[in-house]
Design a protein around this ligand. Sequence first.
Ligand code: GLY
Length: 257
Amino acid sequence: MQTPSGTFALVRGVPKTFHRAITPSESTEPIDVERAREQHERYCQALEGLGLKLIRIAADDRFPDCPFVEDTALVLGDRVIITAPGAEARRGETGAIEQALENYMTLYHIQSPATLDGGDILLIDEHVYVGLSSRTSSLAAEQLRQILADTRYDVTPVAVDGILHLKSACTYLGDDVIVYLPGHLDDDFFARYERITVPRNEAHAANCLSINGTVLVPAGAPETRAHIENAGFDTLEIDISESHKVGGGLTCSCIIF
Ligand code: GLY
């Protein structure tokens, strides 16, 4: 079985301001910061259990969304591309990530006025799909194409509608299989892949994290989890209810390389 793999996972702690993280308009539930911290720690332990070495960065209370490190940098081969987050309140999150990653790889930057959130990048083998969402611009997709021009990666934009990020609607498990929530992009766009369709009442499960032979699946998605297991993948259930309240998914809280 050919699934995404990695050696390191960069993670960042949950700040005491996490209850002020940017919240989808439909979410009204209060956020329990202590619970978010406990869930984050169990998530970190799960990543370690899958063989990843953690690089831990301290939380920064100035940035309520800072645990969602995925949005701040992309690692593609031997390059790290520091993003330009689409939400102004999140732009300052990138500095600490840049410092942490510059010792490992060559740095590139998405330049303003382009904006890009890592949650809009879906990597499938050498194909980099860039979600054009409210956070990510076509100018950023073009900059990414230029940065990667002399590499094995190709870049394809895809319009995203009515959901935060491309990976809120679609994630890659390996072996040409994706989990997919219909209705937020051209439903034929990923027709070349085998699709596990996520029911609307388990919408949060469109964001799974497949790494080193196991698929992390969020709690509260038994139907999706059963379909993933029936497709031949090992799964591990993780409860990240507090992240879900602020639009975060399983891929959001780590950068794996
Ligand atoms: N709360 C996650 C985000 O809006 O980026």
